[in-house]
Design a protein around this ligand. Structure first.
Ligand SMILES: Cc1cc2nc3c(=O)[nH]c(=O)nc-3n(C[C@H](O)[C@H](O)[C@H](O)COP(=O)(O)O)c2cc1C
Length: 188
């Protein structure tokens, strides 16, 4: 697939199954991630790969977050939360580990992690897989971060669920870009 076709046709998956990207595909996906623009060459990206039986552990982390933050939540709801970890055969937690450097504000380092996440989604799509980018409360919770092996100060920018999509589904129209763009005229 040409890069421009991936850029113009990528859309999120609704449901994902096996096969997950194999080691060769993961090599390309992570290599794409670390091509993200990186002000100051800080390499602010951190990734947690979750697959196979480790998804059970991720599901427990999600359910524990829900239990801690919603006192009245029932067992059925907790079970549904646990099952979110099985929405795809593979999950990559994408985080920014920002350094306090005046020349490169934290927002720029965080944006770089966002760019890495997008690059991973596009790479997966170009390789015949697809992905969903999710966040929610757990992405911002220090206990969740620690449970996933990250540092409490890391910023999780996304949980990328990656796998194979069944069937074809075109991208929904996004409207025109023209009403979003204004052109600065030369100085009078
Ligand atoms: C930082 C970020 C976080 C997101 N978090 C969620 C989320 O938690 N749940 C969700 O349904 N969509 C979330 N989305 C949106 C979807 O990933 C997706 O982009 C959106 O549904 C539009 O679909 P499309 O990618 O096919 O255009 C998030 C997107 C971004 C960029």
């Amino acid at each position: 697939m040409q890069a421009i076709d991936a850029l113009l046709t990528r859309r999120s998956a609704r449901a994902l199954t096996e096969p997950a990207p194999d080691e060769g595909a993961l090599e390309l996906i992570f290599s794409s991630a670390i091509r993200a623009p990186d002000h100051g060459r800080l390499r602010p990206w951190r990734f947690v790969l979750i697959r196979g039986a480790a998804r059970e552990r991720f599901g427990a982390v999600l359910a524990d977050y829900l239990r801690r933050t919603h006192a009245q939540v029932g067992e059925d709801t907790l079970e549904r939360e646990r099952l979110k970890a099985f929405r795809a055969p593979l999950i990559v937690v994408v985080a920014a580990r920002c350094q306090p450097i005046a020349k490169v504000p934290v927002i720029e380092q965080t944006l770089s992690a966002g760019a890495a996440a997008h690059a991973m989604m596009l790479a997966a799509f170009a390789l015949g897989f697809n992905a969903m980018w999710k966040t929610g409360g757990p992405a911002y919770d220090a206990t969740v971060k620690t449970a996933l092996g990250l540092e409490p100060g890391d910023a999780i920018v996304g949980f990328l669920y990656i796998g194979t999509e069944q069937g074809e589904r075109p991208a929904l129209p996004r409207g025109t870009w023209r009403d979003l763009v204004q052109e600065l005229a030369p100085a009078p």
